[in-house]
Ligand binder design. Structure first.
Ligand code: GDP
Ligand code: IMO
Ligand code: MG
Length: 429
């Protein structure tokens, strides 16, 4: 029985990580986010009620779980407080004590959001971001001009750093992008108020995590986005601005992960992607539309329709290699019920040659042609099945095919959006 489970997405995000984290959370004492920000949209469905979380870890609906937001996360405090309010209204208890916000988190503030939106409104270099200011905030962190949560409580220092930042940001906003600048006084008073409201949540998360690990507490690490959106190992430059690999779990929380940790990668039984960038198995036909409609593939953060395609095992195998993941949770197989034949991509063709991994450059990746194996589908609905033995044989064959191709083991199956729609093949805790 491991002390901790790290859960990450193995495709381009939206694999169903939130649902899997919520499922495991019943046995966890702490659920922790270690990268990304409110670009994430993690959907939980409990007793038919849907909750979408962007920053607060997906364990929050289990009343005894502490939810840590580590220093690797970029935090839009305005949106964090809105999320807290929605949970409070829904009767979720003891939020001040249960949410641990690291004092070292970098803040996403108004000018980051304005810059993200201004860049995205231009044709050249468009990434299709969530416009939440994620990239600009991580840029400032690397450039050593970022504002951090702890700065909110040191007015003089905050003012000095802000003044220097605004000089540059307003020049960019006004003179380069032609959009309105940010007013210093309004900004200061807005963030002064935000600081007061945020204070009860702010803690030394690195220390709390290290102590909890030493005490043997059960911890669940909740990745956001997915390996193929990782800043270095994803389909650069069409990626997010953080590291999404499991090694980030330690860095982004300021404490090593327990020795006894299980790493689980979540994959959808097919593929989706939101925003721009290469997507070799994308289906721009009736089957793509069918997957989008049946799978309700519309972004949990921006509402954008997700691009849909067949399962790409070249991309998955690459992602498993760079992340070192050997255990899988498979979601949304129920969406494939009723399709007579399924295709699975097992290799690419590039310039007449067969290749078995993702090329580094966008140009090649845009040109690869997927090589498919066709496997028989299953007609039966899966949503009510709770036992492996009752699953249709062709679905079991599909699972076996994934295991054989990837060399990974499937631990968990999700057969619907609800918390109870899970078949646990190997109890993790
Ligand atoms: P995340 O970002 O990885 O947490 O995933 P999202 O919440 O953005 O998107 C996953 C969507 O699929 C959500 O609407 C979930 O409620 C839903 N979902 C998760 N698992 C399943 C499943 O096994 N079957 C179906 N039909 N829906 C699922
Ligand atoms: P979860 O955690 C899917 C995508 C955006 C865009 C690129 C960069 O719900 O799986 P950003 O705003 O991060 O600068 O956008 O990354 N993206 C996601 N796609 N799921 C997510 O999160 C995503 N977070 C960012 O669509 O292509
Ligand atoms: Mg999502």
């Amino acid at each position: 029985m491991p002390q901790a489970v790290v859960i990450i997405g193995v495709q381009w995000g939206d694999e169903g990580k939130g649902k899997i984290v919520d499922y495991y959370s019943s046995s966890a004492e702490i659920v922790a986010r270690f990268q990304g920000g409110n670009n994430a949209g993690h959907t939980l469905v409990v007793e038919g009620k849907q909750t979408i979380l962007h920053l607060i870890p997906s364990g929050i609906l289990h009343p005894h779980t502490a939810c840590a937001i580590g220093s690797g996360v970029v935090v839009d405090p305005e949106n964090l407080l809105k999320e807290v309010e929605v949970l409070r209204q829904a009767g979720v208890p003891d939020l001040e004590n249960r949410i641990w916000l690291s004092d070292r988190c970098h803040l996403i503030v108004d000018y980051h959001k304005h810059l993200d939106a201004a860049r995205e409104s231009r044709k050249a270099g468009k990434i299709g971001t969530t416009k939440r200011g994620i990239g600009p905030a991580y840029e400032d962190r690397a450039a050593r001009r970022g504002l951090r949560v702890s700065d909110l409580f040191h007015e003089k220092l905050f003012e000095e750093r802000l003044k220097a930042n605004l000089e540059e940001k307003n020049f960019l906003l006004e003179k380069y992008y032609g959009v309105p600048p940010v007013n210093m006084e309004e900004f200061q008073s807005k963030y002064r108020e935000i600081g007061k409201k945020l204070k009860p949540f702010v803690k030394d998360v690195s220390r709390l995590m290290a102590d909890s690990i030493a005490e043997g507490k059960k911890i669940l690490y909740e990745g956001a986005q997915g390996v193929l959106l990782d800043m270095d190992y994803g389909t650069y430059p069409y990626v997010t601005s953080s590291h999404t690999l499991p090694s980030q779990a330690a860095l982004g929380l300021g404490a090593r992960v327990p020795v006894d940790t299980l790493f689980v990668g979540v994959i959808k039984a097919y593929s989706t992607r939101v925003g721009e960038g290469p997507f070799p198995t994308e289906l721009k036909d009736a089957m793509g539309d069918r997957l989008r409609e049946t799978g309700h593939e519309f972004g949990a953060t921006t509402g954008r329709p997700r691009r849909c395609g067949w399962l790409d095992l070249v991309a998955v195998k690459y992602a498993l290699r760079v992340s070192g993941i050997k255990n899988l949770a498979i979601t949304k197989s129920d969406v494939l019920s009723g399709i007579s034949e399924l295709k699975v991509c097992t290799a690419y063709e590039l310039d007449g040659k067969t290749i078995d991994t993702l090329p580094a450059d966008t140009d090649s990746l845009n040109r690869v042609k997927p090589i498919y194996e066709t496997v028989p589908g299953w007609q039966e609905p899966l949503t009510e099945i709770r036992k492996y033995d009752e699953l249709p044989q062709n679905f079991k064959n599909y699972l076996k095919f994934i295991e054989t191709q990837t060399g990974a083991r499937i631990n968990l199956l999700s057969t619907g959006a609800g918390r109870e729609q899970v078949i646990d093949l190997k109890k993790a805790f």
